[in-house]
Design a protein around this ligand. Structure first.
Ligand SMILES: [Zn+2]
Length: 346
């Protein structure tokens, strides 16, 4: 039996945004030229919904070396970031319009439940890196009104709000200073609005700044266990304990660089490594606080998974590992719905 999957992170808006909106839109609907995620494959894999990230590329684009490490990129300027995010938001709004009820932008947990009940893809708007947000938070209000319900203060680069964690392996996540004062203000503003705060691209000091500042569950939408893959982007057991204590959760990332012990960008990576990370995090945080955060269309994933149409292979792998059906349902969607409802308070 297929189990619906709610996914903590995809980058389809970034992928499509590079190709002009009309052509990109039709490709998403029909599945033409897809890399990881489109409407046709989403249905095949029983994707029920997820966090759709808006991301503004660095200026200039950072060169990614073969070893998965990246030089520290420069943050985009405010006006350019706002323009890019406006275009991505428009793309998602047009997807919803063109889908004729098969995709719904969801702003409350009840709306996600309703979308899932009628088999529509539940899209939650996420901002990956707060570069478009001014320090008076005017644009934050605009984005919230447009549907923004999840935000990572930084991507893996510094900005006005804090210092992202650079991509390094092996490396501790403790790579530099954490949130700025503006970053802490942003966390408080998100708490007031009920916007989920994502720690996935923060370094360790930024993580602890959020733990100390935020009154919401700590959520890493797309990160893995540092004990299994010693990448700077992954979470130490101490961080996992803090996430557990806050009532937050972790979405396990399919990025091969964050799954593999050697951190290599090699897609010849067994699907079982995803289950290993799930099992490790389950041990640390309990069964109500872990799910998926695929990073579809944002990274290199195991060839065995390939695209969203094969999500049920993960369900099969969990069954082989002896996970019971109630636990599988929690990992696939119930935990995400619980943490979103608790964070949004609606
Ligand atoms: Zn990311």
């Amino acid at each position: 039996m297929q189990i619906p999957v709610f996914d903590g992170h995809n980058d389809v808006l970034s992928r499509l945004g590079r190709h002009g909106s009309a052509a990109a839109l039709s490709a998403f609907m029909t599945g033409e030229g897809a890399v990881h995620l489109d409407m046709v494959r989403a249905r095949q894999g029983a994707l029920a919904g997820g966090l759709f990230a808006m991301f503004v590329a660095s200026a200039p684009d950072a060169a990614i070396a073969g070893n998965g490490q990246v030089s520290i990129p420069t943050s985009p300027a405010l006006a350019q970031a706002q323009q890019t995010v406006g275009a991505m938001l428009s793309l998602l709004v047009r997807m919803e319009r063109q889908s004729q009820g098969r995709l719904a932008i969801c702003r409350t947990a009840d709306e996600i439940d309703a979308a899932m009940a009628k088999d529509a893809l539940a899209a939650v708007l996420h901002l990956e890196g707060a570069e478009p947000i001014d320090t008076d938070f005017e644009f934050l209000d605009v984005l919230y009104a447009a549907g923004l319900r999840s935000l990572g203060p930084v991507w893996s680069r510094p900005n006005a709000f804090g210092h992202g964690v650079p991509f390094r392996c092996p490396s501790s996540p403790d790579t530099g200073p954490g949130l700025t004062d503006a970053g802490k203000e942003l966390v408080r503003a998100c708490n007031r609005l009920g916007i989920l705060i994502d720690v996935s691209h923060l370094n360790e000091r930024g993580f602890w700044d959020i733990a100390a500042t935020s009154d919401a569950p700590i959520v890493a939408t797309h990160s893995n266990a540092h004990a299994l893959s010693p990448h700077s982007r992954n979470l130490t057991d101490k961080q996992l304990a803090a996430i557990a204590e806050s009532g937050g959760m972790v979405g396990v990332n399919f990025a091969v660089a964050f799954l593999r012990p050697d951190g290599r960008r090699d897609v010849d990576t067994p699907i079982d490594l995803v289950i290993d990370h799930l099992a490790h995090i389950l041990d640390r945080v309990g069964e109500n606080q872990v799910g998926f955060g695929s990073d579809f269309d944002g990274t290199d994933i195991p060839a065995e998974i390939g695209h969203v149409g094969n999500l049920q292979k993960l369900v099969a792998a969990m069954r082989v590992r002896g996970f019971g059906e109630p636990l599988i349902e929690k990992i696939c969607f119930r935990n995400w719905l619980r943490v979103l409802r608790r964070t949004w308070r609606t």
